[in-house]
Design a protein around this ligand. Structure first.
Ligand code: FE2
Length: 357
């Protein structure tokens, strides 16, 4: 239980100068930023400040639903995950954030290690969030699942020959594989996931095999990589499925829709699952409102919309999204997100040593 009652008197005003200076600094870095004016003001009881590394319009609809249900107003600030971590760290106890939403295991681990979260317990979170998708001490909880899958151009490679991530290292794919660079936390988490399952030597050999198969310079994002596979510049690639879904939905244009239509999505058995997750901040003024919001976003009803906002999967099952249904079901591996976060450093070192640019 929190020592802070929800209706306690408003805390003193925050130092505006520091907040504004940080906002300018983040803008100057070219980060996507939308600051609700209320965030620069003192927190009121019945309000919850959210810093989110997700940036989907439909997330806001979920926050509106939460407000309609509970009367708790959501003050949202969206920016890149690492900028938010830095901001929260600099603001310390002056931060207006009660909830921090981040994408990827490695970033949640980083924020937890920096002491940016407080441990929270909740009966509904323990029920709604599977044990491998939450921090063992309650500092963060998964809200959505995302799968790092394989896309295949079936004119060049028979999709049935890709059954596991190990198959990506097969000499049969020499000159046919496209990979995103090692700066991508998505790839870092995939490698960390494989480290948990196969150990260091096995993972090292797997990375070597894959980097020997690489056809094109390493990509800096998933959509251009998926395009390259669709166009036949390479035959096989590794991407998060929501990017393929976004292309298929026409959101990134008619050309991408057509290109994505030529891809076959293959879920390796078992598939690596990553998450969007959230926790109550260490210096939250309204921790009870914060936990209520996280409970709502992780619940089967609230979580459905949060997952669909980015063509992701809910915490259990596959949802009702028609494009995701067309990919079919996947079998998730049992590796915990916490274990993936813990092996991040080692993963990056192995990637560098194995020629993963
Ligand atoms: Fe992404």
């Amino acid at each position: 239980m929190s020592p802070y009652p929800l209706n306690r008197p408003s805390p003193p005003a925050r130092p505006h100068l520091a907040t504004l200076t940080l906002a300018v600094a983040i803008s100057a870095l070219g980060q996507a930023l939308s600051v609700a004016p209320a965030l620069a003001q003192k927190a009121e009881a019945g309000e919850v400040g959210v810093y989110s590394g997700r940036h989907y319009n439909s997330d806001r609809e979920l926050y509106r639903q939460f407000t309609a249900r509970t009367g708790i107003k959501v003050n949202l600030l969206e920016a890149k995950d690492d900028a938010l971590i830095e901001r929260l760290r600099s603001e310390g106890s002056n931060s207006p954030a009660d909830v921090l939403v981040l994408v990827d295991a490695a970033r949640l681990k980083k924020a937890a290690d920096l002491g940016l979260f407080r441990a929270s317990r909740s009966v509904s979170l323990l029920r709604d969030v599977p044990v491998n998708l939450r921090d063992s001490t309650g500092r963060w909880y998964a809200l959505t699942r995302r799968v790092r899958a394989v896309v295949v151009n079936p004119k060049q490679v028979n999709p049935a020959t890709i059954r596991t991530y190990a198959d990506l290292a097969s000499p049969a794919l020499r000159g046919k594989l496209c990979l995103r660079d090692r700066k991508s936390v998505y790839n870092q988490s995939l490698v960390a996931d494989q480290l948990v399952q196969r150990g260091q030597a096995g993972t090292q050999a797997w990375i070597k095999g894959m980097t020997s198969n690489v056809a094109q310079p390493f990509f800096t994002s998933d959509i251009p990589l998926a395009r390259a596979v669709g166009k036949g510049d390479c035959a096989v690639g590794v991407v998060n499925t929501y990017y393929v879904a976004r292309m298929l939905s026409g959101d990134s244009g008619a050309a991408d829709k057509a290109i994505a239509g030529r891809l076959t999505v293959v879920f390796p058995k078992p598939a690596h699952v990553n998450i969007s997750g959230a926790g109550v901040t260490r210096h939250a003024r309204n921790p009870q409102a914060a936990i209520k919001l996280i409970e709502f976003l992780a619940s089967p009803s609230g979580g459905k919309g949060y997952a669909e906002a980015n063509n992701e999967y809910p915490l259990r099952g596959y949802g009702n999204h028609s494009i995701l249904k067309s990919f079919g079901p996947f079998q998730a591996d049992a590796v915990s997100i916490e274990a993936i976060g813990a092996r991040n450093k080692e993963a990056v070192q192995l990637m560098e040593a194995g020629g993963w640019k």
